[in-house]
Ligand binder design. Structure first.
Ligand SMILES: [Zn+2]
Ligand SMILES: [Zn+2]
Ligand SMILES: [Zn+2]
Length: 361
């Protein structure tokens, strides 16, 4: 007996939490090899069920082999784990595996994969994905099942103002939202090639993940947070040196932050571009931001502006580059009578620069 057969003889489909619905005792009807899989074209076992009161009936659309190959729900074709379109998942995790898309080749491929899955061979690269990519995926994933997705479809007659069934109408009487108007094709969604919903999500995340360059070109420093005690200056340099010459690295362990000062602006820009949302040092996820502009001397015009800024409670993520630059160089470690500076206010040269902070001492 082949694996395909075993799977299709299974008593339960491969479903995401949302498609299953909120009733754990949901009753399913099962029709052995009742239809052809919408991806590979082979007959598979169809399940039908109602995922909760007032919801529409759902059924499986693709076979268990195809679902397993992409870690997809047999019904909604979204990722089983995080509910995201497969294209979004594979783009972010960089796990798009080469699959033939033509029917004949796909049937051959899927047959081979049946065998491989049967022998427990790893067919996908999900296990090898780095933790940082997983982290960014988690940020955009749904954490809870989204049962609203199981509601009846929108009544097309109602949209045209022509539905006469009123209360009796089993379809939803409301106007479609933008997302519901997007036309998607099941194969495109499965192969992650041309999925407009996925594209939208990816565009949104791309935009969010690009940091604006500060206009002040003198800023050549990055501000890092998430610096744990086992991360050394050397670790930070090792990570960032590839982007450009590093002038200095300043770590403030107590605040779990650090500054990386590049010799050039282009080095800093490249580092932000490559490391933003993508910085992992000693298995710690590090947040990368631009440093803040240098504050001029006590007599500069910026003093009054800075004064108002510093009225907020200072916290480590508000420490600016200028705060830090005044702490450089730090006292040599172990020097008699010296303690590492932890806050700008501990630096004697700091006093007088920012009046509001001075009053805190
Ligand atoms: Zn299939
Ligand atoms: Zn689903
Ligand atoms: Zn209607």
């Amino acid at each position: 007996m082949s694996t395909r057969q075993e799977w299709e003889d299974s008593e339960f489909p491969i479903l995401c939490e949302t498609c299953l619905g909120d009733n754990p005792y949901v009753r399913m009807t099962r029709q052995g090899y009742g239809k052809d899989c919408k991806i590979c074209g082979k007959p598979f076992t169809i399940f039908k069920w109602c995922p909760g009161a007032g919801m529409r009936y759902k059924k499986t659309e693709i076979c268990q082999t195809c679902a397993k190959l992409k870690n997809a729900c047999q019904t909604c074709i979204l990722d089983l784990e995080n509910g995201l379109p497969l294209q979004v998942r594979d783009t972010i995790l960089n796990t798009a595996n080469e699959m033939p898309t033509s029917d004949i080749n796909l049937q051959y491929y899927s047959q081979n994969m049946d065998k491989q899955l049967n022998h427990g061979a790893a067919v996908t690269s999900y296990g090898r994905v780095d933790s940082l990519a997983r982290e960014s995926l988690k940020r955009i994933a749904r954490t809870e099942p989204y049962y609203k997705r199981n509601r009846p479809h929108i009544c097309s007659f109602f949209v045209k103002g022509e539905c006469k069934r009123g209360e009796e109408c089993p379809y939803r009487h409301e106007l479609p939202k933008e997302n519901e108007l997007i036309k998607q094709n099941i194969k495109d969604r499965y192969f992650g090639t041309n999925d407009p919903v996925a594209q939208k999500i990816l565009n949104r995340t791309n935009k969010a993940s690009k940091l604006k360059k500060p206009e002040d070109k003198s800023i050549t420093s990055l501000f890092l947070t998430g610096i744990e005690s086992d991360i050394t200056e050397k670790d930070i340099k090792n990570f960032f040196y590839a982007f450009g010459e590093i002038k200095s690295v300043v770590i403030i362990y107590k605040s779990k932050c650090a500054f990386v000062n590049f010799a050039t602006r282009s080095g800093a820009e490249l580092a932000v571009e490559k490391a933003y949302n993508n910085c992992n040092i000693n298995d710690h996820v590090i947040r990368v931001q631009w440093g803040k502009p240098k504050v001029q001397g006590p007599k500069s015009e910026s003093t009054s502006k800075d004064a108002s800024k510093s009225e907020q409670t200072p916290s480590y993520n508000q420490l600016t580059y200028s705060d830090l630059s005044k702490m450089v160089p730090p006292p040599p470690p172990g020097a008699p009578g010296t303690q590492p500076l932890l806050y700008p206010s501990q630096d004697p040269t700091y006093l007088g620069n920012i009046p509001a902070k001075k009053t805190r001492n």
